[in-house]
Design a protein around this ligand. Structure first.
Ligand code: NAD
Length: 367
């Protein structure tokens, strides 16, 4: 029985990871450490409350005292560090908290894990620390000249992709904080022989994502006949991965990855934002039978500052070394995701009440 300390397990990917691991493995124990910021929601984990393999600790990854206590009480074998401020737009508004949580919080996690795991003879036994990173640390790619109608490269062999040795070139305060965290994790491996691994994943989508992010935001606005704010010309391209495929990758890297290595995780599912928005409009209109949902709802708004044009991952290393591949085709995953949000209106209502309203008004209505 291995014990996993999962930070940020009440957020989007973290909660999907907790559910995935408990579904997939009988012999695991998960301790979820989360500060429950606006993005953390224990409702996501209601189905595993009471499962003896799962426990929750309300704590901040920046607190040395709290995190050290968790290590002492639960003696985790592994750490998976999801906890972070994760929204680029918020990082543009308020970068300080991103440095605080994403950089200093990660360093605190590293220090506490190192102190707890050091065997006194320069070794760390079978312990492993996985830092959940993002493709955004690599910066931006050129849009290829020839595109498919969905915004993906017409000739993938001729297009550029991010590889693990692509130089880090973050542009937003969010990606700068995540790049810094990755560098600390790598430094702890290189300096102390600390047993760390890093995954860098492309954009995730699926259930339990906070509706400030593109896909749930557009679904929520469609259902409510609210304008769909699309940055700039809408032609920015992201590589979309269904969240369970990311969870599978983390599980595989944690158990089989080589220490000190970075593994890119991506789906070769590049899509332009405007294409995603159009798909959502069509699918929500079809699923609800609501003829008031159409492309007239789209409103192009001033582009995000420093908006990266294209992200695209080459997940060759994780495929070749560990046999990972994405199982959910985008066309299937997006329909599944839309249905989930339509079937979970209560969840959406809970997370969009209160502070979300003033955030939304500030971002998109200039109030
Ligand atoms: P999220 O914003 O949905 O969840 C973040 C979670 O971290 C929340 O539960 C929040 O309460 C918690 N948290 C924040 N600050 C904390 C602190 N100081 N102490 C303890 N808990 C804290 O984020 P997400 O989209 O699930 O992303 C999870 C991780 O995956 C992040 O590290 C992010 O950078 C990375 N990532 C996300 C994506 C994506 O598409 N969403 C892609 C690649 C990598």
């Amino acid at each position: 029985m291995k014990t996993y300390l999962v930070t940020g397990g009440a957020g989007f990917i973290g909660s999907n990871f907790v559910l995935y691991m408990l579904r997939k493995h009988d012999d695991v124990r998960i301790v979820n450490v989360d500060a429950l910021t606006y993005a953390g929601n224990l409702e996501n984990l209601a189905s595993v409350e009471g499962d003896p393999r799962y426990g929750f600790v309300h704590a901040d990854i920046r607190s040395r005292e709290d995190v050290a206590r968790v290590f002492e009480e639960f003696s985790p074998d592994y750490v998976v560090n999801f906890a972070a401020e994760s929204h680029v737009d918020r990082s543009i508004e308020n970068p300080g908290v991103f440095a605080d949580t994403n950089v200093l919080g990660t360093v605190n996690m590293l220090n506490c894990a190192r102190a707890a795991w050091d065997d006194g003879a320069g070794g760390f036994g079978d312990h492993r620390f996985l830092q959940v990173g993002t493709d955004e640390v690599y910066g931006t790619l050129q849009i290829p000249e020839e595109l498919n109608p969905d915004g993906s490269p017409a000739d993938p062999a001729a297009a550029d992709y991010f590889r693990e040795d692509t130089p880090l070139s973050p542009h937003s305060p969010y990606s700068a904080s995540k790049a810094s965290a990755d560098l600390f994790v790598k430094a702890y491996h290189d300096t102390y022989g600390f047993p760390a691994l890093i995954t860098r994943c492309s954009n995730n989508y699926g259930p339990y994502q906070f509706p400030e992010k593109l896909i749930p935001l557009m679904i929520h606005n469609c259902v409510n006949h609210v304008e769909l704010p699309v940055y700039g010309d809408g032609l920015n391209v992201r590589d979309w991965l269904y969240v369970d495929d990311h969870c599978k990758a983390i599980d595989m890297v944690l158990s089989g990855g080589r220490l000190g290595e970075v593994y890119n995780v991506g789906g070769h599912n590049e899509r332009a934002n405007i294409y995603i928005v159009r798909t959502i409009i069509a699918e929500v209109a079809k699923a609800t039978g609501d003829s008031g949902i159409d492309e007239g709802l789209i409103r192009h708004v001033t582009d995000r500052k420093g908006h990266d044009r294209r992200y695209g991952m080459a997940p060759d290393k994780i495929r070749e070394e560990l046999g990972w591949y994405p199982e959910t085709p985008y066309e299937e995953g997006i329909v599944k995701t839309i249905r989930w949000y339509l079937d979970h209106e209560e969840w959406v209502e809970h997370v969009t009440s209160g502070a979300y309203q003033s955030y939304y008004a500030r971002m998109y209505e200039g109030r």
